[in-house]
Design a protein around this ligand. Structure first.
Ligand SMILES: C[S@@+](CC[C@H](N)C(=O)[O-])C[C@H]1O[C@@H](n2cnc3c(N)ncnc32)[C@H](O)[C@@H]1O
Length: 633
């Protein structure tokens, strides 16, 4: 299974206790259609009273006085610099107060300060954001923005820090403090703003050469507009469909520019599918208090796009077992398309899809032969995990879909019996498409290094890119995410030379230099249900630590080039010693030429080739600014 599933035994343990689980699996495996499996699961959960009777949630909150006194105890610990202990007490205070109250917002704000002092800047920012969306006193808002700015600076999110400081200065007018203190405070924040500006100017100077408009190499592909004109879709026995070069492609060439069909925030991303802007989204849905937007317009648009149906049940969807965020995304996907098409048309389309036998090469193409990422059937017909998963996992997915539909019905969503099976089966299908294809959108924090240093990334959203999902995996990828157009548009660039006829592959998060063949095969099988047929796996390439670095052991393919290759390798060694880890974007041209030289003359794997590749990959990550995508879901 590709996602980590929480609470996998949520449904089966009850049936195990009733001693019927074995029979359930036997019965289920006899059912051939997705609709009959869904209805079988639904009847079963009804029969064993496993569906909740109402959507009422009865959370008992303690008295606010208790919450306040806990917060005050926390403050004592905070003032004594026992930050971790203080954070614990603030958490207790939080559980005792209702989320819409001032006590709650104050406890969050205090905890954010404790997290800041503990160096837990991401947690600090999360609390700041929630406090801003709760009932935090206006007169203190400047403090939160100042803290957000400091935390963002620590995380190298300088642009955002500057915005937070600017907000801090705006909100300072509401602060209750003496004019003298206000003047001093303003001066200190203004210094922070100008420091941010200096950093941003320096960063811009460093990256001007690489920050240019991104264009697909050779222009748009005629049939798959999100891909370059220099590629085509072809079938292979080992990997199914895949994308192949029809001309030589060079490192740095843009091969795909794709938009997500659907995206769901995890943190700091606007919830509206048409936006997904990465920032502290300060507008909170006033009803569910669970989703955030960057502005009121996005909130209104999202409400129309389906949030009005999702709002009463989102709390329950976020509590489903498995991967609640993926389940939430599946519900969002269904609601958007249900509202676009209406139930009848939606069911007709999904039924036709499941009954028809489509040629794998034309899957996802519309009636005029176009493969477009904003088309429902393109996304719906992506490779999915449904036929690959065990009966236990398939049953689990069906149970989740039953629960999701049940919540909708309890909230008043009308669904005639006639359409029940189609909608349920489509939800299972959507879940399995997401399971195999959706990717984590990550924020890099702190700054990316071009060395193999630890890179801390925070997952900000789950996204489904239909065209990028056509790329197969290789443990030695020749393309990678790079560059930026906006927070939701994703650019893929070549990182190695890709001669005509070669397949373009990204990595699903598994790289030969870091994992040996056995663990790579296991990861591919456990997470994605396939046996990996990439070159490093077929040829059993060693991991980074066992790769040769010695020039005398170099396996030169073209002996007449031996001297040139050796001297260029020595130059590269000098380069790696001298280059500033922040400046490597400027050196990409050199890295591209070195990798091209090695590609044509040296048999891999070879240490300097892999090092150069790593530097290119990391430079490409860096040019995506604060965002990077972890290829594996
Ligand atoms: C995201 S899809 C890629 C496109 C897919 N090949 C298609 O036909 O639509 C992932 C699926 O492609 C296949 N695949 C991708 N990389 C592979 C590899 N290295 N070896 C074998 N199969 C692979 C597996 O079936 C996997 O589940």
């Amino acid at each position: 299974m590709t996602m980590e599933y929480d609470n996998f035994f949520h449904y089966s343990s009850r049936l195990l206790m009733a001693e019927v689980l074995g029979d359930v699996y036997v019965e289920m495996s006899k059912l051939e259609s997705a609709k009959s499996r869904f209805m079988f699961t639904r009847d079963l959960l009804h029969k064993h009273k496993m569906l909740i009777p109402t959507l009422d949630i009865d959370i008992e909150y303690d008295h606010p006085i208790m919450s306040t006194s806990l917060r005050q105890n926390g403050n004592v610990l905070f003032n004594a610099k026992f930050y971790a202990e203080a954070a614990k007490i603030y958490t207790k205070s939080l559980t005792g107060s209702h989320p819409s109250t001032e006590y709650y917002a104050l406890a969050l704000a205090n905890r954010s300060a404790a997290y800041f002092h503990m160096g837990k800047y991401e947690l600090c920012l999360k609390d700041v954001r929630f406090a801003m969306c709760s009932n935090y006193p206006s007169k203190l808002a400047y403090k939160l923005y100042e803290r957000a700015g400091h935390a963002e600076r620590k995380l190298d999110l300088v642009e955002r820090a500057k915005e937070s400081y600017a907000m801090c200065l705006t909100r300072l007018d509401e602060a209750e403090m003496s004019a003298e203190n206000k003047r001093k405070f303003r001066a200190a924040v203004e210094i922070a703003v100008s420091e941010c500006e200096e950093l941003l100017t320096a960063e811009r100077k460093r990256t001007t050469k690489t920050h240019r408009a991104e264009h697909l190499v050779g222009g748009r592909n005629e049939n798959i507009p999100a891909l370059s004109a220099f590629v085509e879709l072809k079938m292979s026995e080992d990997m199914g469909r895949g994308v192949y070069a029809t001309r030589d492609i060079n490192p740095g060439d843009v091969v795909a520019i794709d938009e997500p069909y659907i995206g769901g925030p995890i943190r700091d991303v606007c919830h509206y599918n048409g936006c997904l802007k990465l920032e502290i989204a300060p507008f909170c849905c006033p009803k569910c208090l669970l989703v955030y937007y960057c502005n009121k317009d996005c909130m209104d648009k999202d409400y129309k796009d389906g949030h009005h149906l999702e709002c009463p049940i989102i709390y329950f969807i976020q509590s489903t077992p498995g991967n609640p965020r993926m389940n939430e995304l599946a519900m969002k996907w269904f609601l958007i398309d249900y509202l676009k098409m209406g139930l009848k048309k939606y069911c007709l389309i999904v039924d036709n899809f499941s009954e028809s036998k489509i040629d794998p090469m034309t899957r996802g193409f519309d009636e005029i032969g176009q493969y477009k990422s904003d088309n429902f059937l393109t996304a719906y017909s992506l490779d999915n995990s449904e036929n690959k998963m065990s009966i236990e996992v398939l049953f689990f997915f069906n149970c989740i879909a039953v629960d999701m539909l049940h919540y909708l019905i309890l909230s008043g969503f009308k669904i005639p019996n006639l359409y029940m099976a189609s909608v349920g089966a489509s939800l299972v299908h959507i879940l399995t498409v997401l399971d195999l294809n959706c990717r984590k959108l990550n924020i890099n924090a702190p700054s990316v290094s071009f060395r193999r240093d630890h890179q801390l990334t925070l997952t900000s959203a789950l996204t489904l890119y239909p065209t990028i999902s056509l790329f197969n995996h290789s443990c030695d990828p020749n393309i990678k995410r790079s560059g930026e157009i906006s927070d939701r548009i994703r650019v893929m660039k070549a990182i190695q030379p890709i001669p005509k006829g070669t397949q373009l592959c990204c990595t699903y998060g598994i790289i030969f230099t870091r994992h040996d063949k056995e663990s790579r095969q296991k990861l591919c099988n456990d997470r994605f249900y396939f046996k990996c047929y990439c070159q490093p796996c077929i040829k059993n390439w060693p991991t980074f630590n066992s790769i040769t670095y010695h020039l005398y052991a170099l396996n030169i393919l073209n002996p007449s080039m031996a001297d040139i290759v050796s001297s260029e390798c020595l130059k590269f060694l000098e380069f790696t010693k001298s280059v500033d880890s922040k400046d490597h974007c400027q050196h990409l041209i050199y890295l591209y030429s070195f990798i091209k030289l090695l590609y044509t003359n040296v048999k891999r794997p070879f240490g300097l080739y892999e090092e150069c590749l790593e530097m290119i990959s990391n430079a490409h990550s860096l040019s995506t600014n604060a965002i990077s995508v972890c290829e594996h879901p």
